[in-house]
Design a protein around this ligand. Structure first.
Ligand SMILES: Nc1ncnc2c1ncn2[C@@H]1O[C@H](COP(=O)(O)OP(=O)(O)OP(=O)(O)O)[C@@H](O)[C@H]1O
Length: 241
């Protein structure tokens, strides 16, 4: 028996007026993969991400999570099924403390799942130097710390899959490196990770496999080394294809 991919899209479509933002996108991410979605400006990354999260409705096609059709489910229903989401805007509740923000999600009944989730959260807190008992209000944190808190919050929901939108946006070198380290450490625990990313250096650092979007389509897909060496991919980044 073959296992269904952790995340799959089938002929996913989205239009905005005359613009085809997603053109029959077929995507398949296996359990335990760390996949980066890249592409030049306007390629359709944000649109695809928003459809995967359940924020944007697809015009056609399907989204499956571990074989289950979630196309018509809302974001919160997908979160309940084990998807951890981050958005470009920080979601931490600024009036609450770090400790209170991390205590929001529900704790799963399943002991094995709980233990693995707790381990992943501990790895994140350690990598980021966040204290789960910290009473500092989130609104007082620095940009980096707030972004890290948000990733920790996602993990505190015990997800099987996390979808991250530019997790290192606005970070300097050392913080970006820490974020990359975390993604690799989390992935080593078996967590499936899908990252939308602009920063090719970051992609080279973390990804195993990369999907390149261009004009709403899957333009290229494969191991990170092959994709970053691909002449056609380089051209679309330079606006020549
Ligand atoms: N709400 C919207 N209304 C109209 N057009 C939209 C909307 N959202 C996206 N588009 C268009 O759909 C296409 C894909 O946009 P999208 O933002 O998904 O690309 P992207 O790869 O995320 O780009 P960027 O890297 O610049 O964020 C673009 O042509 C964009 O102008």
């Amino acid at each position: 028996m073959t296992t269904a991919p952790m995340l799959e899209t089938r002929r996913l479509n989205k239009r905005f007026g005359g613009v085809v933002a997603a053109d029959n996108i077929d995507l398949s991410v296996e359990t335990g993969e760390l996949r980066c979605l890249i592409g030049p400006n306007g390629a359709g990354k944000s649109t695809l991400f928003a459809m995967l999260c359940g924020i944007q409705r697809a015009d056609g096609g399907q989204i499956l999570l571990a074989g289950r059709d979630v196309t018509h489910m809302q974001a919160f229903q997908r979160v309940r099924l084990g998807v951890g989401l981050t958005f470009q805007t920080n979601r931490a509740f600024h009036q609450l403390s770090v400790r209170e923000n991390l205590a929001i999600p529900r704790i799963p009944h399943d002991a094995e799942r709980r233990a693995l989730g707790a381990e992943r959260l501990a790895v994140a807190l350690e990598t980021f130097g966040l204290d789960p008992e910290d009473e500092t209000r989130a609104g007082e944190l620095s940009h980096n710390q707030l972004q890290w808190l948000e990733i920790a919050m996602v993990l505190s929901g015990y997800p099987d899959l996390i979808l991250l939108d530019e997790p290192a946006a606005g970070m300097a070198g050392e913080e970006t490196a820490r974020t990359a380290t975390l993604l690799k450490r989390l992935n080593a625990t078996g967590l499936t990770i899908v990252v939308v990313e602009h920063d090719i250096a970051f992609v080279k650092e973390v990804a195993q496999s990369v999907t390149v979007l261009h004009q709403g389509r899957v333009f290229a897909e494969g191991p990170v080394e092959a994709i970053t060496a691909n002449e056609e991919v380089r051209k679309i980044y330079l606006g020549k294809a």
